[in-house]
Write a protein that binds this ligand. Structure first.
Ligand code: SF4
Length: 711
């Protein structure tokens, strides 16, 4: 039996795994006792990974060879790799020639490895010449990026997992850590003695059950809550004027703004008691060290960037940052959302935390990549990208390692877009992903246990991902597929010039990415694959000459802004984009279950992972069930302004009244969805709104207004 050290592909905790294999078959998995994220532990999803890689699952669920669909709606036909690569390059080349580079779009994924991301980014920006490249990370963490950059000056979580053991007060906001980041929650349980836990969440989740104080706020009132807490801290003299004066700017404007946020007003607006507000403010400000954990509840919002900044304001005002056990700590949902940010494979980013709107930054990357220039025209973010495809501006879309025909909000629009596109490439490991039905060309991608590279977890820690077996069927690593199409396309777009894509190994792609970090806040020029092998996963920055990564940032009160001072953000509270109304009187939230992952392409292959929650349902407060005359298990129609789905209803005492919750995982095979025009749709995103945060462009997947009636 062989053993291979790698990383769990599911969530941003980034647990180390040891893959057991025999004769090119994965036979087992266990937690890596030496990995600093999990020290040998795995959750239910991680510990069953090997069962998702059996021959039976591979046969039934994997995409095993390139396929071409000659006509939309017709069955896809097998095609050889050489023809598939040629077809992709020819069609992309034709569209670029006829309509220009911005007629081609790329939609990537936080599950791609850093090396995959790098090759795609260079292909889009360096070869095609477009910034039309975005990622499903837009749906996951783009509000956190903006929150950090606006206040601390850089997209860098300043904390680490070890801080969980050193904090006195844990402020968890918009995160059901117990289900979404289970191994991190085990670390919280380990450190529980002597720690106060405050949970802010409209639902009484499993995480909230463990809290000393649960602030069960009304959906979308997080900014108001933070302003109210700061008001109390100021009134009580619990802020740190010395820290504010030395290390920050902009406090007076914020102080003026929160003057109106009196405890009574905030308590009324948020739906919590004045007493609880006082308790939360005191614990946050007066504990020796306060750490905040936050995730989709803050990010997936039409005011997501404001929510992030409002929480960071509290840390700055109280000096709860830059010391062990203290600081703001955004959790990433996907295994390599951080890597995508570092590589800059998103419309609003460039490699090494650079800005595509900055001509000097574009010139630096163009020089590094050996191209004349990078495109200056702004690229479209995820929801804008699909809108542009639906409008006919973008003609070709290359989708890799993500399933927008289930995961994007407003599925009616997304599916219209996929139908209108002239050419859709879907690069996927699983043939069961709903988006495969819209592909003109299907490219089989290698999956977990079959590919090499790196990922970065929530605490900035870079870990190697290693292959234990060869890719299933004819599948190939994502970076290699992108490289091969790029090389073919180069013959047309850069005839006679040396290739930009000379990578023969993922390490060569990674080394080029590494060079883009030189001198930047995330500098990893001191890191190498060899060093990762020798000393294990490392946190960035790790510049040349350093011997290990850096656990915490801003310890000396110097921030990544031009004057070294952190900036307070003074944003007035805004309600949700689609408030409840007489026509749609319920607030619908969506989210994860403990044992499922995204659209269930992988976890849905295992019966045992349905033991926790066997089927989709909409949860309602028991009083609402009674008021609507509904019985548990009865079928109901849930409708929003965009569509309707039919599913069973279940009592959910963890919700407030006039609130509903539907898990995000089930698609069209389980939910009979219809859009406003009566067309079949997939899953809960038939209902959700594309309304987005104006700064981060992250859509408000955590709230839309719905009506619920007997089916
Ligand atoms: Fe995998 Fe996340 Fe579970 Fe760790 S906590 S085993 S990374 S799913």
């Amino acid at each position: 039996m062989a053993e291979t050290r790698s990383t769990c592909p599911y969530c941003g905790v980034g647990c180390g795994v040891i893959i057991e294999s025999q004769h090119d078959r994965i036979t087992g998995v266990r937690g890596d006792p030496e990995h600093p994220a999990n020290f040998g532990r795995l959750c239910t999803k991680g510990s069953t990974l090997h069962l998702t890689a059996t021959e039976a699952v591979t046969r039934q669920a994997r995409l095993l060879q390139p396929m071409q669909r000659l006509q939309r709606g017709a069955p896809a036909q097998p095609v050889g790799w050489d023809d598939a690569i040629g077809l992709a390059a020819d069609r992309l080349g034709d569209i670029i020639e006829q309509h220009g580079p911005d007629a081609v779009g790329f939609y990537l994924s936080g599950q791609l490895l850093t090396e995959d991301y790098h090759v795609f980014n260079k292909l889009a920006r360096g070869l095609v010449g477009t910034n039309q490249i975005d990622s499903n990370s837009r749906l996951c963490m783009s509000s956190a990026v903006v929150g950090y950059k606006r206040t601390l000056g850089s997209d860098a979580p300043p904390t680490c997992y070890d801080d969980l053991a050193q904090t006195d007060c844990l402020f968890i906001s918009g995160s059901n850590t117990a289900w979404a980041h289970p191994i991190l929650f085990r670390r919280i349980e380990d450190a529980r003695a002597g720690m106060k836990i405050i949970v802010v969440d409209p639902r009484r989740t499993e995480t909230a059950e463990q809290a000393d104080l649960h602030l069960q706020i009304q959906p979308g009132t997080d900014v108001l809550l933070c302003h109210g807490l700061l008001h109390i801290m100021l009134w009580e003299g619990w802020t740190r004027p010395d820290y504010i004066a030395r290390h920050t700017s902009g406090f007076e404007t914020l102080k003026d703004l929160v003057r109106q946020a009196t405890p009574e007003r905030v308590a009324r607006g948020c739906g919590v008691s004045v007493e609880d507000l006082h308790t939360a403010a005191r614990w946050f400000a007066q504990s020796n060290a306060t750490l905040s954990l936050y995730c989709m509840g803050l990010n997936q919002s039409s005011s997501g960037s404001d929510k992030n900044a409002a929480l960071i304001n509290l840390h700055l005002a109280t000096g709860q940052i830059g010391k062990p056990g203290a600081g703001p700590f955004s959790l990433t949902g996907q295994p390599n959302a951080m890597g995508g940010r570092e590589v800059g494979a998103m419309a609003t980013l460039l490699p090494g935390h650079r800005d595509p709107a900055d001509a000097a930054h574009r010139a630096e990357i163009a020089r590094l990549w050996g191209v004349d220039q990078l495109p200056a025209q702004a690229g479209k973010t995820a929801t804008e990208l699909f809108q542009a495809v639906a409008d006919g501006q973008i003609k070709a879309l290359w989708i890799a390692c993500t399933n927008p025909a289930q995961s994007m909000p407003d599925q009616a629009l997304v599916r219209r877009a996929l139908e209108r596109a002239e050419f859709v490439i879907v690069q996927e490991a699983f043939a069961t992903a709903a988006t495969c039905d819209y592909a003109d060309l299907l490219l089989p991608a290698a999956s977990w246990g079959e590919k090499e590279g790196t990922v970065t977890n929530s605490e900035r820690r870079i870990t190697r991902v290693r292959a234990a077996i060869a890719p299933a069927g004819q599948a190939r690593p994502d970076w290699a597929i992108a490289r091969d199409v790029a090389r073919r396309l180069e013959a047309r777009l850069r005839p006679g010039q040396p290739t930009l894509f000379g990578f023969e190994t993922p390490e060569q792609a990674w080394l080029e990415h590494r060079e883009s970090t030189r001198g930047r806040d995330l500098d990893i020029t001191g890191l190498s694959y060899d060093l990762l092998d020798q000393i294990g996963p490392q946190q960035w920055p790790l510049p040349q000459g350093a011997t290990q990564g850096q656990a915490r940032l801003y310890s000396y009160g110097m921030f990544a802004t031009p004057d070294g001072k952190a900036r307070f953000a003074a944003d007035a509270w805004r309600p949700v984009a689609e408030p409840r109304s007489p026509r749609y009187p319920f607030s619908l939230s969506t989210g994860r279950l403990r044992d499922q992952w995204h659209g269930m392409t992988r976890t849905g292959t295992l019966g045992r992972l349905f033991g926790h929650v066997p089927e989709p349902a909409v949860g309602l407060h028991p009083d609402d069930l009674l008021a609507l005359g509904l019985q548990a298990g009865e079928l109901v129609r849930v409708s929003s302004a965009r569509g309707a789905i039919v599913l069973p209803v279940q009592p959910a005492a963890e919700l407030g009244q006039q609130q509903a919750f539907i898990p995000m995982h089930w698609g069209s095979e389980a939910l009979s969805g219809r859009d406003a025009a009566g067309q079949p749709l997939a899953g809960v995103n038939a209902l959700t709104t594309p309304a987005s945060c104006p700064l981060s462009k992250q859509p408000e997947l955590k709230h839309c207004a719905v009506r619920i009636e007997k089916a």
